[in-house]
Design a protein around this ligand. Structure first.
Ligand SMILES: [Zn+2]
Length: 891
C-alpha cells in the first residue's frame, strides 16, 4: 500500500496535489473530484468553507475517516510472512501505520467522546511468563503499542497527524503524570528521534510549506501543529504545550499560489506530524551557504599499498555527478597527506591540476589564496584530471607516517568561513603534528577494568578541534582503513561532536573485490546523500516535561540546543526526559524542530510533533511500553557508561535496569507482590526486552571479553549510538534464516518485493548438519553451511562439486542458472537493501567445520546460546528470576 489509493473503494483514484500537499480523490466514472477520502456507498457532501469555523464543525471529515479506518483495522497488528513491517521497509511515511489507526469501536467511542458521551479507551495489559514464553523474533517487528489519544485532542482527521515511529518514538506511549509514578514503574522515559530519515522508493516526501507563514507560540515558540485548538471563532489558537492563546497569522488562511482565500484545514502543518517550512530571512544569521566537501586522502605507503587511494579516487570520480549540486554552488577541495600536505590548485575552466606541497606541518598555512576550494561545476575538468592521476602520482610512495591532524587544520582553514563537510580517508595511525597518536593497544589490558581507558580519546585535540569545527559549521566523517591499530576511539570523537559518522574497514585490501565493492558502495552513498547543513535541533515538550540528557552525534550548545553542522540521513538520537512537575493535561506533545540549510541552498525548518496520552495508572505505563525504543535507549546508555566509567559498569547498569523493571512489574502487577514467585512476569509488549538486553550484553561494543580489539569495540560503540532502531535492533538481535528448507515462496518476488523466509530464534539448536543458513546483523552476512550438506546443494549455490571443495571466508556468491541459487541470491540482496542507511554488509561463507575464528564469530550472533562465560537465554532468564526474587547475584 504505497498510497491511500490502495484503500479506496472501487471507482476512485487518488492523486497527490503538490500545491496543497494532500491527496485529491477522483471518481473515475464522472471525473468528480474531492478532498475527502471517499468511502464505499456513502454520498459525500461537499465540504463547506472551513476557514472561519471552529474545529467542532469537523464531523463529516471524521466520519469519512472512521470508515476509511475500519478497513485498516481488520488487518492484524502482527508481522505476517510476506507482509512488510516497520523493520523491513514498511509502513512507510505517508502511509497509516497498522495499529496506529483506531478500530471501529474506538472510532465510535471517539465520536461519542466528541458528543460528551464517552472517553478514552484504556490500554489492555497482558502478562507473559518469561520462563515459559521463549523469544519470538517476529515480536520485534510488531508495531509499538497504539497511541490512544483522548477524543478531540487532534484537530485533524488525517492518519498522518501523529508521528510515525520511524521518525520519532517514545519508550512509553502513555506518559506518567508524575515523576513518582514514573519511578514506581521503573520504565525509562526517553524519545528516540531520527528526524532526517531517508525515503525509500514509493514513500511520500515530507510536506513542504512554502508560503513562509509560520505560526508559533509567542511564549514557548512551539510551531502550530495538529494538537493545538482554535478559539475565538478561529481567530486565535491555543498552544498544546503551554496553553498560551496566540493570534492566527494574517495570511494563514490565504492561498498565496492562487491568490485567493485558502482552506485552513488543508494546511499541511495542521494535518501532518512531520512537515518542513521554508524559513523566512529572520531564521538566517547569514544567507544559506553552498555545500562544501573537503576530502583529506591519506597517501602514505600503507594507504597506497592497500589500494585505498586508487579505490577512493575512482569512487569519487565515478560519484562526482551524485554529489548534491542542484544549485551549482557546491565547492570541493582535495588535500592528500602523508607526513606532508599536498594541495591541488584546480582553476575553473582548466583541465590541469597543479600540486603544491607544504612540508611545514607545525604551523599549517594555505599555499595559495585561490583555486584550492573550487566550484564543482566550474572546475569539473581539472577535478576529473586530478582524480584520474592521484593513484599514479603516489603509487611509489614509500613514506610512512600520517599528518592527519595538520591535514584537518588545513581543510578547516580552507572552508571555515563557509562550513560544510570534511571527509577523512585514513589508513594509518596519525603520527605527526597536532592530534598525533601512539599505539596504545595493550592485550594485557583487555578484559580488565583499565580497558575503558582505550575507549576514550587519547589526545585532547580531537575534542577541542571538534568544538572549533562545530562553531564554524564544519562536520567531519571518518573513513578508517588501517590493517593495524588506528585508534578508532580517538578519531571517532570528531564525527561524534560534529554530527558526522565513522566508517571502519579493518584490514582493507582492494585486491579483494569484496572490499573494494563495499567501500565504493558506501562511500558513493555518503557522497550522494542530501545532507542538511548548518543545523540546530531543539526538542520542546508540554509543561512539566524537560529534556534531561542527550545521546548521539552532535554538540550540546546552551542546555538543550543541539548543534549539528551537517546532518546525515538515518542517524538516530536518544533524549531522556524528566518529569519536573505533575502533569494535569490529558495528553502531552513533544516537538522536534531542526533548523537547517538544505544542500540546495534553502533555509528550512523540519518539525516533528508527537502527541501522547497521559496516565496516572502504572499498568498503562507497562501496557504502552515500546520495547524497541527502550532497547535503543539502553544501547546509548550502555555506551555512555562504558566510556565514562568501566565496561563492567555499563553491563551492570543495563542488567540492573531490566531487573528494576521486572521487580516493579512483579510488585505492582502480579499477585506475587514482594514474595518469591515461580514465574517471571512482564507485559506481553515488553517480552523481547530481556533478549534485547542479553543481545546488548553480548554485543562486541559491550561484551565481557579479553579478546576484542579496542578498534572493533570502539567502532561497535559508534554504531550502537547512531543507528536508528530499524538498523540497531538487528545489530543487537541478528536475523537467522534456514535456507535449505525455506518455504517455496521465500526468495521469490511477492507484492512487497522479495519474500523473506521466517526468522528463527537465535539458537544453534536450529542448525542442521545438512543445512544452509543465513545469519545477519545489518553489518555482516554469514552463510553457514552444514558439514553434511549434500553435493547437489553445494553445486546449486556455489557451483562446486561438494562440501569439501568449498572454502570459507569473504566471498561473492555466484548467480547460477537454477531456481535455488536465484532465491538465495534474492534473499541476500534483499538483506542488503531492506533497511535504511548506507551499509553494504560483507558476505562470509562459514563452514561448519571450517576456520574456528570465523565459525565462532558467526555463531556469536546466535545470542540465545551459551558462549564462553556468557549465559544462554535460559540461564539468563533463570538468573533474572532469582534476582527479581531477591536471591542470587548478577547474570
Ligand atoms: Zn506555547
Amino acid at each position: 500500500m504505497a498510497s491511500p489509493a490502495a484503500q479506496l473503494p472501487p471507482g476512485w483514484a487518488a492523486e497527490w496535489d503538490a500545491t496543497h500537499q494532500r491527496y485529491l480523490f477522483i471518481e473515475t466514472a464522472t471525473g468528480r473530484t474531492q478532498w475527502e477520502v471517499p468511502s464505499a456507498g456513502t454520498e459525500v457532501t461537499d465540504e463547506q468553507p472551513m476557514a472561519s469555523q471552529a474545529p467542532v464543525a469537523h464531523h463529516s471529515k471524521r466520519r469519512q475517516y472512521a470508515q476509511f479506518a475500519s478497513q485498516q483495522a481488520t488487518q492484524s497488528a502482527y508481522y505476517q510472512p510476506g507482509q512488510e513491517s516497520e523493520y523491513i521497509n514498511g509502513p512507510a511515511y505517508g502511509q497509516p501505520q497498522q495499529g496506529y489507526v483506531q478500530g471501529p469501536v474506538d472510532q465510535l467511542a471517539g465520536q461519542f467522546g466528541q458528543m460528551g458521551m464517552g472517553g478514552q479507551k484504556q490500554f489492555q495489559l497482558y502478562t507473559t511468563n518469561l520462563l515459559t514464553s521463549p523469544p519470538e523474533p517476529r515480536e520485534l517487528y510488531r508495531v509499538p503499542p497504539e497511541i490512544r489519544l483522548p477524543p478531540n485532542s487532534c484537530i485533524s482527521p488525517s492518519p498522518f497527524a501523529n508521528a510515525d515511529p520511524s521518525y520519532k518514538r517514545c519508550t512509553v506511549n502513555a506518559i506518567p503524570t508524575s515523576s513518582s509514578l514514573l519511578s514506581k514503574a521503573k520504565v525509562p522515559l526517553a524519545l528516540i528521534i531520527t528526524p532526517y530519515r531517508s525515503l525509500k522508493e514509493g514513500e511520500e516526501p515530507v510536506p513542504l510549506i512554502t508560503d513562509t507563514v509560520i505560526a508559533r507560540c509567542r511564549r514557548c515558540r512551539t510551531y502550530i501543529n495538529p494538537y493545538v485548538q482554535f478559539i475565538d471563532g478561529g481567530n486565535r489558537w491555543r498552544c498544546c504545550m503551554c496553553n498560551m492563546a496566540n493570534e492566527v497569522p494574517q495570511l494563514f488562511d490565504w492561498d498565496q499560489v492562487r491568490n485567493q482565500p485558502g482552506d485552513r484545514w488543508a494546511r499541511a502543518e495542521l494535518n501532518h506530524s512531520v512537515v518542513e517550512f521554508v524559513a523566512p530571512t529572520e531564521y538566517m544569521v547569514r544567507p544559506p551557504q553552498p555545500s562544501v566537501y573537503v576530502f583529506l586522502i591519506d597517501v602514505s605507503h600503507s594507504a597506497v599499498q592497500s589500494g585505498m587511494v586508487a579505490t577512493a579516487s575512482r569512487a569519487l570520480l565515478e560519484n562526482l555527478n551524485r554529489i548534491p549540486d542542484e544549485d551549482e554552488r557546491t565547492k570541493i577541495a582535495i588535500i592528500c597527506y602523508d607526513v606532508s600536505l599536498y594541495f591541488f590548485s584546480l582553476p575553473p575552466g582548466s583541465t590541469d591540476a597543479t600540486m603544491l606541497v607544504v612540508s611545514d606541518i607545525e604551523d599549517v598555512f594555505l599555499p595559495k589564496p585561490t583555486d584550492l576550494l573550487v566550484n564543482l561545476a566550474e572546475s569539473r575538468s581539472a577535478l576529473e584530471t586530478l582524480l584520474g592521476r592521484i593513484p599514479e602520482m603516489f603509487k611509489d610512495n614509500i613514506i610512512v607516517g600520517s599528518a592527519m591532524g595538520p591535514a584537518l587544520q588545513a581543510g578547516f582553514k580552507l572552508m571555515s568561513p563557509i562550513g560544510g563537510k570534511i571527509m577523512v580517508l585514513s589508513s594509518t595511525l596519525p603520527s605527526l603534528g597536532a592530534g598525533a597518536l601512539k599505539s596504545r593497544e595493550d592485550p594485557k589490558v583487555l578484559g580488565t577494568t583499565k580497558e575503558s581507558a582505550l575507549l576514550q580519546a587519547a589526545s585532547p585535540f580531537y575534542k577541542t578541534f571538534a568544538i572549533e569545527c562545530s562553531r564554524a559549521h564544519v562536520s567531519v566523517d571518518m573513513f578508517l582503513f588501517s590493517a593495524g591499530y588506528t585508534d578508532v576511539a580517538s578519531l571517532a570523537f570528531l564525527p561524534h561532536y560534529t554530527s558526522g559518522q565513522t566508517y571502519y574497514y579493518p584490514a582493507f585490501n582492494a585486491g579483494r573485490s569484496e572490499d573494494a565493492l563495499k567501500f565504493a558502495h558506501e562511500f558513493g552513498e555518503v557522497l550522494a546523500m542530501p545532507i542538511m547543513l548548518e543545523a540546530v535541533m531543539r526538542v520542546r515538550a508540554s509543561r512539566g516535561l524537560r529534556m534531561a540528557s542527550f545521546h548521539g552525534n552532535f554538540f550540546v550548545r546552551s542546555t538543550d540546543l543541539l548543534a549539528m553542522p551537517a546532518v546525515p540521513q538515518d542517524q538516530s538520537y536518544a533524549i531522556e526526559i524528566q518529569i519536573e512537575e505533575s502533569i494535569t493535561s490529558p495528553f502531552v506533545a513533544f516537538q522536534t524542530a531542526v533548523l537547517h540549510t538544505t544542500c540546495y541552498g534553502e533555509r528550512r525548518i523540519r518539525v516533528i510533533t508527537l502527541a501522547l496520552p497521559t496516565t496516572s495508572n502504572v499498568s498503562e505505563i507497562f501496557a504502552s511500553a515500546d520495547q524497541v525504543a527502550i532497547g535503543t535507549l539502553l544501547a546509548n546508555k550502555a555506551v555512555e557508561r562504558a566510556v565514562t566509567y568501566k565496561l563492567e559498569d555499563s553491563r551492570d547498569y543495563i542488567f540492573q535496569k531490566l531487573v528494576d523493571i521486572l521487580v516493579s512489574y512483579k510488585t505492582n502487577m502480579t499477585s506475587g507482590g514482594a514474595g518469591a514467585s515461580a514465574q517471571l512476569a512482564i507485559s506481553d509488549n515488553m517480552k523481547m526486552l530481556p533478549v534485547l538486553v542479553l543481545g546488548l550484553l553480548k554485543n562486541v561494543g559491550i561484551r565481557q571479553s579479553a579478546q576484542i580489539p579496542p578498534d572493533i569495540r570502539a567502532y561497535s560503540q559508534c554504531l550502537l549510538t547512531t543507528l536508528p532502531s530499524q538498523l540497531l535492533i538487528p545489530y543487537i538481535y541478528p536475523t537467522f534464516y534456514s535456507l535449505h528448507n525455506m518455504p517455496p515462496e521465500a526468495g521469490t518476488v511477492g507484492e512487497n518485493g522479495v519474500i523473506m523466509p521466517p526468522a528463527l530464534p537465535l539458537t544453534s539448536e536450529r542448525l542442521e548438519r545438512h543445512g544452509l543458513f543465513l545469519i545477519e546483523d545489518g553489518q555482516t552476512i554469514f552463510l553457514y553451511v552444514g558439514r553434511d550438506a549434500v553435493p547437489q546443494l553445494v553445486l546449486d549455490v556455489f557451483n562446486l562439486p561438494n562440501y569439501e571443495a568449498l572454502r570459507g571466508g569473504k566471498t561473492t556468491l555466484p548467480v547460477l542458472d537454477n531456481p535455488f541459487s536465484q532465491r538465495v541470491n534474492a534473499v541476500i540482496q534483499k538483506t542488503r537493501e531492506m533497511r535504511r542507511g548506507v551499509y553494504y554488509p560483507h558476505l562470509y561463507v562459514v563452514k561448519d567445520d571450517g576456520e574456528p575464528p570465523l565459525r565462532l564469530w558467526a555463531l556469536s550472533a546466535l545470542i540465545q546460546d551459551r558462549a564462553d562465560v556468557l549465559p544462554s537465554y535460559q540461564q539468563f532468564i533463570s538468573s533474572l528470576k532469582d534476582k527479581v526474587n531477591g536471591i542470587g547475584g548478577g547474570y
